[in-house]
Design a protein around this ligand. Structure first.
Ligand SMILES: [Zn+2]
Length: 473
């Protein structure tokens, strides 16, 4: 029996388990860093299947490591389980129908992400066992990907340092190995304090915290011209000072994100944003306090592992959907705008590919995109970046939803518990487990992957979250 047949068979054996995890975590749909029920479920799930579980690692109660085996090579599979606000939605239903209005939903498919990674960990464990191979399997239960930077706190605590390699994936509308990086991101709160006063009778006695926020934003908006164009700076008012125009606002608070292709660049821009905030406080006679919230690094692409994962993906093949899946996908596509659909071609172009690789009217991606390594960051952020600075890491996308499904949408929630997702999950688990099996069978390749990482990072990981900053739970 070939390695591929063996791994495929093992993942198929766990098909029901993967679906159980997928559907349970979909149901729980908990906010980042507060995934109590999800973490508890996973802990029990892994213990029942012979893994040792350490709960509450990396300073986060809902982070855990489930491990099996001992010694090197140690292979990590990364799973996530947090959900998004306002995206509650009936499963497999192509019409907007929240189960509970305003509740959380799996609008980024992290239920599937964690489920398939769990399937990969189980299959890979059985593979080691059946072949009497040395090594350790670790499943990392990583909380708060959307908000919280769970993996960064886990990385800060050295949890990935002894890995030979790590694998993960993200559910989406296409099949591909991720060959570009993602944006590093820093999140912080700026709180201004002034002096309140009657806005008509004694304005000269007041010092406005709201004015300070507005001047800070004006300053940052002028800064935009003088930072790298790939950088992104966003802000939101957390407290605009109140609703009374006739009262000088003595308190105001604003939340900033600073993103850039490299963490170093994001840190440099962030220093300038802080200078602007201090300037705004000076201009308005207020005081400013900055509260560092969280941060995550860009992804350090490991071409050696990515190439192996791509070859493996080709060997496993894209998910084989049936007529019902296509029907369901078509129903969802009827809810998409033309702009959503045109975005598929844009995504291909952005990834250095021919935009005609996927026909405009295809409902599901049934092919595997070519591997085109790119030196640029795609405009999103993920805390997988910090893991990729600690150990050689590779990621893929597997189609679990209709083509052109927007990210963070009710359509994503709906399809993350569907027959389409179940098929995508099985493929994702196979690709990760088989890539891991091939990697440990080739010590030279693992050494090359490690060398590549050391060359890129100098062999050290610097956590972008200052030591005094604790996770926001
Ligand atoms: Zn996600």
């Amino acid at each position: 029996m070939s390695m591929k047949e063996m791994i495929s068979g093992l993942v198929d054996k766990y098909f029901d388990d993967i679906q159980l995890v997928n559907d349970t975590i979909w149901e729980y749909a908990e906010p980042g860093m507060k995934e109590t029920k999800s973490a508890e479920f996973y802990g029990k799930f892994f213990e029942e299947r012979g893994f040792k579980v350490d709960m509450g690692v990396g300073e986060v109660p809902t982070a855990f490591v489930a491990s099996w085996g001992e010694g090197q090579p140690i292979v990590g599979f990364l799973g996530e389980y947090d959900a998004l606000p306002l995206l509650s939605q009936e499963a497999s239903c192509a019409e907007k129908k929240p189960i509970v209005e305003g509740a959380y939903g799996q609008g980024c498919g992290h239920n599937s992400l964690g489920a398939a990674a769990a399937g990969a960990a189980l299959a890979f464990r059985d593979y080691l066992k059946e072949n009497n191979l040395p090594g350790t399997v670790r499943y990392y239960g990583c909380p708060g990907e959307e908000y919280g930077s769970g993996k960064v706190f886990m990385a800060r605590n050295g949890l990935f340092d002894d890995l030979a390699c790590a694998f993960t994936w993200h559910p989406g509308d296409m099949n591909q190995v991720k060959a570009s990086s993602s944006l590093a991101c820093i999140s912080a709160f700026f709180e201004f304090t002034g002096v309140t006063a009657h806005a008509a009778a004694n304005p000269h006695l007041g010092r406005s915290a709201l004015d300070a926020c507005e001047l800070m934003n004006v300053g940052v908006n002028y800064l935009r011209e003088h930072i790298v164009p790939e950088a992104r700076v966003h802000y939101a008012y957390l407290n605009a000072g109140g609703i009374a125009p006739n009262v000088v606002h003595d308190k105001a608070k604003i939340h900033y994100f600073v993103r850039a292709p490299k963490i170093k660049t994001a840190q440099e821009i962030f220093v300038r944003v802080q200078d602007i905030a201090e300037g705004a406080a000076k201009m308005t006679g207020t005081t400013m306090q900055m509260h560092f919230h969280e941060a995550l690094s860009d992804c350090c692409n490991n071409r050696t592992l990515e190439k192996l994962m791509h070859e493996t993906f080709l060997e496993i093949g894209a998910p084989a959907y049936d007529a019902e899946d296509f029907k369901l996908a078509e129903a969802f596509r009827n809810t998409f705008t033309d702009a959503d659909k045109a975005d598929v071609a844009t995504a291909l172009r952005d990834n250095g590919m021919d935009p005609d690789l996927i026909p405009m009217d295809a409902a599901l991606h049934t092919d595997i995109l070519p591997y085109v390594p790119m030196d640029k960051a795609q405009p999103g952020s993920t805390d997988v970046g910090d893991v990729s600075y600690c150990t050689p890491t590779a990621q893929c996308n597997v189609a679990t939803v209709a083509l052109a499904t927007p990210g963070h949408s009710w359509q994503m929630t709906a399809q993350s518990r569907s027959s389409i997702a179940n098929k995508g999950n099985a493929v994702a688990a196979k690709v990760m487990a088989l890539t891991a099996a091939k990697a440990i069978a080739d010590p030279e390749l693992l050494a090359k992957a490690k060398e590549e990482l050391v060359k890129a990072t100098g062999g050290k990981y610097e956590c972008p979250i200052p030591a005094h900053v604790k996770p926001t739970l």
